[in-house]
Design a protein around this ligand. Sequence first.
Ligand code: ASP
Ligand code: MG
Length: 475
Amino acid sequence: MNLVVMKFGGTSVEDPAAIHRTAAIVAGRVAMGKSPVVVVSALAKVTDQLLRAAAAASQGDRMGALAISSRLRSRHRDTAAGLLKDTAGCAELGKLIDEKFDGLDEILRGLSAIRELTPRISDLIVSHGERISSRIVAAAFKERGVDAAHADAREIIITDSEFQKAAPQSDIIEKRAAEKLLPLLRDGKVPVMGGFIASNEAGLTTTLGRGGSDYTGALVGGALNAETIEIWTDVDGIMTADPRACPDALRVKVISFEEAAELAYFGAKVLHPATILPAVKKNIPVQVLNSRNPSNEGTRIISLAPHCRSPFKSIAVKKKLSIIDVVASRMLMTHGYLSEIFAIFDKHKCPVDMVSTSEVSVSLTVDSNASLPAISADLGKLADVKYEGKKALVCMVGEDIRGQNGIAAQVFNAIRHINVRMISQGASEINMSFMIEEDDADEAVRSLHAAFFKDPDPEVFDVEARKPLSVISGQ
Ligand code: ASP
Ligand code: MG
């Protein structure tokens, strides 16, 4: 069996047109002789709205909560009606949607009376997004000739009882996936299940945390030893740089898990790498694909990246940062000073991105946020403090910088016209980061891109994307 897990995010199932495209993509895989297991998110934005309904109810705003639920009910009913021409099937699905929303309204009413939103109730409420989307998608697939069978994710993805961020129990999941999904697959059916939702061993609904559908995809793929896990989203994959800043940016065809993890932190929002760990551990490749552009082959994330000519795979930028300089002669020859400084950041719950120290000074970078004046006042009790906003962190990621000489010289030569405030070569040895003025960031990325992606490896980067221009101008 050529088993492939196909996970579709909220934008890939947001309306009838999107679900229609998704059905065609799955039908295409079946036609290629693959056996897909489909994992879907809630329709785009539904999770946020369910959380808003829960918040309203918990503040006693019963009408507000029910109004949100009623809008969601109409949206799901309209989506179903837009997909199903067959009136009997449509009526059946409409009834099912109503039942689920009746149940949700019941919970919201109870919550508005009790006014205490526990993590357990929150999960129960929010689970409705995937419970309903998976039903609609399964019905829509059937009407489009894909022999779909709905599977309840809560019977397969078993977790601990840490509601809102439950930890999956992989042994049980393996067993359940074999019990519930393999028979369907053997019958030639395409199981369709919701992502993100799960249950504990007592059968209470849990969730894997926001964005958890990718995690479900990886868990199912890992449990069934799939040949690939496909994450269908609305971008072409990981790029060498942000195309808005750098028009020459290329799609990265293949990247290692570690490289993708570094980039994710810098806002490459393609997926959260921690969620695909179950796949990486089993050496199952994860392919990020675009449901609006399905013929594009996307980015493949694998455990061990192939070496390539460019030492870097991608340049990421994080803007809206501040730099804080703490200078104290008292630091000379003392110990415990850094921990005092970090205790202050800890007290204000402010994560620090990058640190650089000398004997008498420490520079730290943080997300610009409202607590900076308070942090700086506290730090002022220990030392002289200065902080400045509008900074950007540029992060260059690539496994091939490991042990290579002269890379730093090449990087800083490429941006010698730009003032660099702080430098760090990550302990992971696969990234090189530095801090510059936000206004210089786009220019820095273009210069670095020109220097390091002049002659991109066709094995690793999509150089074809550059070719059409010369073909057209050559005609
Ligand atoms: N629907 C959930 C969320 O928005 C899970 C997901 O889409 O991955 O967080
Ligand atoms: Mg997502």
